[in-house]
Ligand binder design. Structure first.
Ligand code: SF4
Length: 217
């Protein structure tokens, strides 16, 4: 598996584990190129990486003594051995969260049921056309759909998707600002205006705690 970084930090603000300690494993490569991507370096062909087996990654995670594991990227579900890794981590009794971009069919990964935090890419990302909306039917109460919003147009589209797929009755729903493109207060005003019950504002905690450009946190 192509690992570009592994580190311990806090879960940056998604799902019910937000704010808890977590181990992060970031994999190389992505099938999208979002306009606001802050980990594009991990997607470049010449990005250095370590080749690691699922067993090696499991041993690293166990060695940290932390029970929450977040697999991220890039797009982690593109890794060839990702199903084996998910299996090993779950077998070890760990809480496994997968950050996925909405452009990978989740049906192949539902058997063992890790927790999914799935993006729905809105218009300003430039990648909305790649969203696999059938994934919405596969999500359950422990999963999250995250909308990263950079404009009012994005917010309106998020509202449409939330209503179309009845997301607030299905899973957690987060609206998160594109850092520097929209102010959190604009999202709050939108939530109030449309009475978005069951939807949460998410601020990327690591950008508040550390320098916004800091890696490995
Ligand atoms: S899906 Fe995520 S990692 Fe891939 S380009 Fe978009 S923001 Fe970056």
């Amino acid at each position: 598996m192509k690992v570009v970084e592994k580190f311990t930090s806090i879960n940056g603000g998604e799902g019910t584990r937000a704010g808890e300690l977590a181990v992060f494993v970031r994999f190389k490569g992505c099938n999208l190129r979002c306009s606001y991507c802050d980990t594009m370096w991990a997607n470049e062909p010449d990005c250095p990486y370590e080749e690691e087996t699922p067993e090696e990654i499991l041993n690293y995670v166990l060695g940290t003594g932390i029970r929450n594991v977040t697999l991220t990227g890039g797009e982690p579900l593109l890794q060839k051995d990702i199903r084996e890794l998910i299996h090993l981590l779950l077998q070890a009794g760990l809480q496994v969260e997968i950050e996925t971009n909405g452009a990978v069919d989740l049906s192949a990964f539902c058997e063992e049921r890790p927790v999914f935090t799935m993006d729905y890419k809105l218009p300003s990302s430039g990648c909305e056309e790649y969203m696999i909306t059938e994934n919405m039917e596969l999500l359950g109460k422990d999963d999250t759909v995250k909308f990263v919003c950079g404009s009012q147009k994005d917010l309106l589209k998020a509202l449409d998707v939330i209503q179309t797929y009845n997301l607030t009755n299905r899973c957690h729903v987060y609206l998160s600002p594109v850092f520097g493109s929209i102010e959190p207060v604009q999202i709050v005003e939108f939530m109030l205006k449309h009475r978005l019950n069951g939807v949460r504002l998410q601020i990327q905690m690591h950008k508040v705690i550390w320098d916004p450009n800091e890696r490995g946190v």
